[in-house]
Ligand binder design. Structure first.
Ligand code: 5GP
Length: 201
């Protein structure tokens, strides 16, 4: 059985990448890795589904113990991808999405060059700010911090394999879904060619 494909999705806070990822998961064929974080749990979030919520000491233990595929500090909190779960899903042939910020995404690319990096951008900064304000999850100070972080994040976009605009949600999901299907298809074709080449030996 072929290993699953690894996709990494990033984009500034407010681009709607969470919603895009949920839609992609609902369509099937791809599984989401659940990250660990030290940030507080918000209303509507579920332990073990949205994140594994942990304190700083435990998170630092996980880093020291080599349990993280990648980790980053974002707005004063740790966020990281537990390695074992991702490796298990890939070994089982499942395609996996990591929804993570660019420091982590680029760390994954360095460790696993086969990972496919997708960056989601908003149609405009005005739309980005309005989405952050409208969802009402963050206070004014946090919104300003997230908008400031968005500049550095967008500067990393050209290091990604694909850049996709999230203007109309369904179109963005279709585009990413097509990219993913194309990647999986091409990988399978290459594996089949390699099999054939080995058999000829
Ligand atoms: P939020 O607090 O809005 O849930 O997430 C803040 C940022 O952290 C988002 O850009 C999100 O993609 C990123 N993030 C979530 N989980 C991880 C992770 O495991 N690793 C890294 N590097 N970033 C993450």
């Amino acid at each position: 059985m072929n290993k699953g494909a690894l996709f990494v999705i990033s984009g500034p806070s407010g681009t709607g990448k969470g919603t895009v990822c949920t839609e992609l998961i609902n369509r099937g064929d791809v599984f989401l890795s659940v990250s660990a974080t030290t940030r507080d749990k918000r209303a509507g979030e579920t332990e073990g589904v949205t994140y594994y919520y942990t304190d700083k000491a435990r998170f630092e233990e996980m880093i020291a113990g080599g349990e993280m595929l990648e980790w980053a500090n974002y707005n004063g909190n740790y966020y990281g991808t537990p390695k074992a779960a991702v490796e298990k899903m890939l070994a089982e042939g499942r395609n996996v999405i990591l929804e993570i910020e660019p420091q982590g995404a680029l760390a994954v690319k360095a460790k696993m060059p086969e990972a496919v990096l997708i960056f989601i951008i908003p149609p405009s900064i005005e739309v980005l700010k309005n989405r952050l304000v409208d969802r009402g999850r963050e206070n004014d100070e946090e919104i300003e911090q997230r908008l400031a972080a968005a500049i550095w994040e967008m500067e990393q976009a050209e290091k990604y394999n694909y850049i996709i605009v999230n203007d109309v949600l369904a179109d963005c999901v279709d585009e990413i879904s097509n990219v993913m299907a194309g990647v999986v298809d091409m990988r399978n074709k290459v594996y089949a060619l390699l099999e054939e080449a080995k058999e000829r030996k």
